[in-house]
Design a protein around this ligand. Structure first.
Ligand code: NAP
Ligand code: G4F
Length: 345
């Protein structure tokens, strides 16, 4: 029987790298798309693909960019993959306030370019996964679990672009009969998380402070609440979503909430850093009780013009129909991230 094949846009990212590993283990031929960069951007996949020696027979890498429609069409039309995973995006919410047009082009229109390429290639059997985001819910009026029918109210051009991509995916399903599904994933982290996302910044910063390599960590809103899962669990849900008997839209989350501040306190406790919090608002600081020095402060440059204050997801539909549930919890996620930083930072 012919091997199944998957094409991953965003393979060099956190999720793309875990998904590539997962699909190779499942016996897929995996095709990944990386964008051109002036310095190496394949750190997260170098262990599965040696781009000099073309080491892995189950994995191919191509240049591509979500801004380039003809390149996307050529890749899809020649590979004719069984499954396409669109994980590529300008994925940083705060940065989308600085580069709103670029974010809309890649995170929003990039999705249309892929779906239109699948349609125009006549690939009726190709299944499409869209990396939708809990950021689409944005301004949540009541602090309760979000599900698949909660209305969207995005608070950034990243969120707005993801809403465009979500609806484009639904539209191609309804108008052209494509198998196109949205995984609406809540925040998920790992040792491979980008350095400027809050969990990585906290774990890396506190480990470095503990090692004496960094004096202070500056953060923004300490009171935002997120539902944090482990990226390894979440890539499994992406695959399960595409194995379901029909295309649909799915919330993937842990249904547990934590503030940024409580995440910090958990990390500090595991590192045996004895923190004392003082002050309020922009003047709030955490002091290391061992030496009375400020190790965390608040800097307004990390605040967003509009914030998403509260996100918690109800994944009951995925649990019931896909038989998916998270294996990790916040403790094992933090342990995994800390162990990596202790060795590598
Ligand atoms: P990530 O680590 O930032 O990875 C994003 C990927 O997109 C990288 O491979 C990046 O390439 C690539 N990319 C960026 N701009 C591109 C362009 N113009 N053309 C082609 N590729 C481009 O993000 P992630 O955390 O793995 O998230 C994966 C997807 O899920 C994203 O779409 C994100 O928006 C979405 N999502 C993430 C979360 C989460 O909590 N992690 C939650 C919900 C949804 P480089 O490596 O070269 O930068
Ligand atoms: O880690 P964050 O930057 O993640 P955010 O904004 O929730 O977005 C992530 O999750 C989304 C899913 O909901 C994805 F779609 C998106 O691609 C990305 O992966 O910030 C989390 C919270 C925010 O409320 C932010 O204001 O932490 C707060 N925060 C406080 N200090 C900070 C900082 N965030 C960052 N990045 N840096 C800080 O210093």
């Amino acid at each position: 029987m012919k091997k199944k094949s998957a094409l991953i846009f965003g393979v060099t990212g956190q999720d793309g790298s875990y998904l590539a590993e997962f699909l190779i283990k499942k016996g897929y031929m995996v095709h990944g798309v990386k964008r051109r960069s002036s310095s190496p951007n394949t750190e997260r996949i170098d262990h599965i693909f040696d781009s000099i020696n073309f080491k892995n027979k189950d994995f191919n890498l191509y240049y591509g960019d979500l801004a380039d429609g003809s390149n996307i069409f050529k890749l899809i039309n020649s590979i004719k993959p069984s499954e396409v995973y669109n994980l590529a995006a300008q994925s940083h919410v705060k940065i989308s306030f600085d580069i709103p047009e670029y974010t809309s082009d890649i995170t929003g229109l990039g999705t249309l370019r892929i779906l239109e390429s699948i349609r125009a290639s006549g690939l009726k059997k190709t299944k499409y996964y869209q990396a939708s985001s809990s950021e689409m819910f944005g301004k949540v009026l009541k602090k309760k679990s979000i599900n698949e029918i909660t209305p969207f109210h995005p608070r950034s051009m990243y969120g707005v672009s993801k809403v465009f991509a979500y609806h484009t995916t639904v539209h191609y399903r309804e108008a052209y009969g494509l198998y196109a599904s949205n995984g609406i994933l809540f925040n998920h982290e790992s040792p491979r998380r980008g350095a400027n996302f809050v969990t990585k910044k906290i774990v890396q910063g506190l480990v470095r402070i503990k090692k004496g390599k960094q004096k202070k960590l500056s953060l923004g809103n300490l009171y935002a609440i997120r539902d944090w899962g482990h990226a390894k669990d979440y890539v499994e849900s992406m695959w399960k979503i595409l194995q379901y008997k029909k295309p649909d839209d799915w919330i993937i989350a842990t249904n547990k909430e934590k503030s940024v501040k409580s995440f910090i306190n958990l990390v500090a406790k595991k590192l045996k850093l004895n923190l004392e919090w003082k002050g309020q608002g922009i003047n709030e600081v955490a002091i290391d009780k061992k030496n009375n020095k400020i190790v965390i402060d608040v800097n307004k440059k990390f605040f967003r013009p509009t914030e998403v204050e509260y996100l918690k997801g109800n994944y009951k539909k995925a649990k019931t129909l896909l038989k998916w549930k998270p294996k990790h919890n916040i403790e094992t996620l933090i342990d995994d991230m800390i162990n990596y930083e202790i060795k590598n930072s």
